[in-house]
Design a protein around this ligand. Structure first.
Ligand SMILES: [Mg+2]
Length: 263
């Protein structure tokens, strides 16, 4: 493990935290999470909570965190939807056809996007737990007419207490079978669009940011692509033995959030 990572976070401005498996597991807080977030706040380091799940609203995540004893506002939550919005806005695109939940569509409309435009520049696919055949049909017909496809995140399935359920990646497979079209861009972790606009907002360099998470191919891969420090926590999906297969190493590996700080 590179010895260079400073566990006081002295040189950091931003900490990006995955949620499930990192801050909480289902409805239970991970040991040390509260203390760790408290330490960051005390030292003026801004924490953002990241989720690829584009079906839920920022309000829901902020309420869940606050209820678990980690006070958070909507501004502290970054969803895969944010990256798509920032990317479209940077290109001056307002007209899209979005397949997503009411929560996702509202977030896009608030950002000035027309989510059911007459002549959309892109079809944007989110995790739509309110999906109907009419939406599938409309999106497929646009794709066949040459409209390009964007997806909020790549996950094939979404874990639930009852087992995995189809997520955006599985819907992309459906559209590819039906129309031959693949996504031009897939946002969400590990795509750096998920956080690059936040670095810009805070005037921070990748060296001043840390990504903390429990998944190698999303959380740690995002850090690798961004060129920021990475902390793998073993409180969720990844196990210590999974590191053997990696051609690179996270900056730090810790049992959980409570084991990161040196006091
Ligand atoms: Mg996770």
């Amino acid at each position: 493990m590179p010895p260079s990572f400073d566990r006081t976070f002295r040189n950091k401005k931003l900490v990006f935290l995955d949620l499930d498996g990192t801050v909480y597991m289902g409805d239970t807080l991970i040991p040390g999470a509260q203390d760790f977030l408290h330490y960051l706040r005390e030292h003026g380091i801004r924490a953002y909570f990241l989720s690829n799940n584009s079906s839920r609203s920022k309000r829901e995540y902020a309420a869940k965190l606050t209820g678990l004893g980690i006070p958070a506002s909507e501004d502290d939550v970054l969803l895969s939807t944010d990256g798509v919005i920032a990317w479209l806005q940077a290109r001056g695109v307002a007209d899209i056809y979005a397949v997503g939940t009411r929560s996702m569509l509202e977030m896009m409309e608030q950002a000035g996007l027309r989510v059911d435009a007459a002549d959309p520049a892109f079809v944007v696919l989110g995790f739509d737990r309110e999906l109907t055949y009419a939406k599938l049909q409309k999106a497929a017909l646009y794709l066949q007419r040459g409209v390009e496809l964007l997806a909020t995140h790549p996950d094939l399935v979404c874990p639930t207490p009852d087992g995995p359920i189809p997520d955006v990646g599985a819907m992309l497979a459906l559209f590819e079978k039906a129309t031959g079209k693949t996504a031009k861009l897939i946002f969400g972790k590990p795509n750096v669009e998920m956080v690059s606009h936040i670095l810009g907002r805070h005037g921070a360099s990748p060296a001043e940011a840390v990504m903390i998470g429990d998944r190698l191919y999303t959380d740690m891969e995002l850090a690798r692509r961004l060129g920021c420090d990475s902390i793998l926590v073993l409180s969720g999906e990844a196990k210590a033995e999974d590191l053997k297969d990696l051609s690179w190493e996270p900056s730090l590996v810790a049992e959980n959030l409570g084991a990161i700080l040196i006091r």
